[in-house]
Design a protein around this ligand. Structure first.
Ligand code: ARG
Length: 263
């Protein structure tokens, strides 16, 4: 995680961002501190990347790379505003024992890539390119399910889909998603591969309900996503509601600020 000490909205690269509207950096920090404490309270270890002045979106640590098996496929950001972040992430992964892989294709790490029971789910269409999916398959030697995103509000995979259970125990992975965020082929593929999914409404997806983080048991989720929270509880998960309203102004939520490390 990267503390939002320099967070604000000073440019618009997704439909949530309005640079003319005020942001409250101190509130963003308090909300982020509370999320960090939630993770620790659930027994998870949290590691930190130092924020850099001027890099206002660096709090969205999920975008800095994607890790599986101790390898890190590094990010290459789509917009020039975020490109300088990549050096910090590269240095962090290298200093923390990851085998780093330089990207030849534009990709925004865990923003568009998710690990689900041995397979990698990968989004393209707005940020990451389809070429990055080919690289992913090569770097990790795993099956990659390539999914095209079609709604600009759901510009990253991690705002359209959550992996609830990555099936570490060998059972099938379970996901939650918004079907209309994907093209027809993507919808068909998800329905076929993940028949036991939780489907989330467009209204709740629009407050970044699906930008949630699951450890297979607890799901840390936007507190206003009432139907999704009820569905999670009904499916046997423990929802852990949090408030990241300030970061929502930049189009980010729980998952965006959390890079999961798979050593
Ligand atoms: N303002 C950031 C951007 O548009 C938000 C990134 C959210 N991150 C995510 N993983 N969806 O790049």
């Amino acid at each position: 995680m990267c503390r939002p000490e320099y967070f604000t909205v000073s440019y618009a690269i997704n439909p949530f961002m309005h640079p003319d509207e005020p942001t409250d950096t101190a509130l963003a920090v308090r909300q982020w501190d509370a999320l960090r404490d939630v993770y620790r309270g659930l027994g998870h270890e949290v590691e930190f990347l130092a924020p850099v002045p001027g890099l206002v979106d660096m709090v969205f640590a999920a975008n800095g790379g994607f890790t599986v098996d101790g390898r890190a496929y590094l990010a290459s950001f789509a917009y020039p505003e975020r490109r300088p972040e990549a050096d910090s992430f590269r240095a962090w992964f290298a200093a923390h024992g990851f085998e780093t892989h330089e990207p030849a294709s534009v990709n925004e790490g865990e923003g568009d890539f998710a690990f689900a029971g041995g397979v990698i789910l990968a989004g393209h269409g707005f940020r990451s390119t389809a070429d990055s999916h080919t690289e992913l398959a090569r770097v990790f030697g795993r099956e990659v399910l390539s999914l095209r995103l079609v709604d600009e509000r759901f510009y990253h995979l991690d705002v359209a889909l959550t992996v609830l259970d990555s099936a570490a125990t060998g059972g099938p992975a379970r996901i939650a998603y918004l079907p209309s965020a994907f093209d027809e082929a993507g919808q068909a593929l998800l329905a076929q591969r993940f028949p036991d999914s939780i489907i989330v409404s467009e209204q709740e997806a629009a407050i970044l309900a699906l930008n949630s983080v699951s450890d297979g048991r607890n799901v840390v989720v936007a507190q206003d996503a009432h139907d999704y929270i009820a569905a999670l509880a009904g499916a046997g998960y423990t929802p852990v509601p949090v408030d990241l309203s300030e970061l929502l102004k930049s189009g980010g939520g729980v998952k965006c600020v959390s890079q999961e490390l798979r050593r």
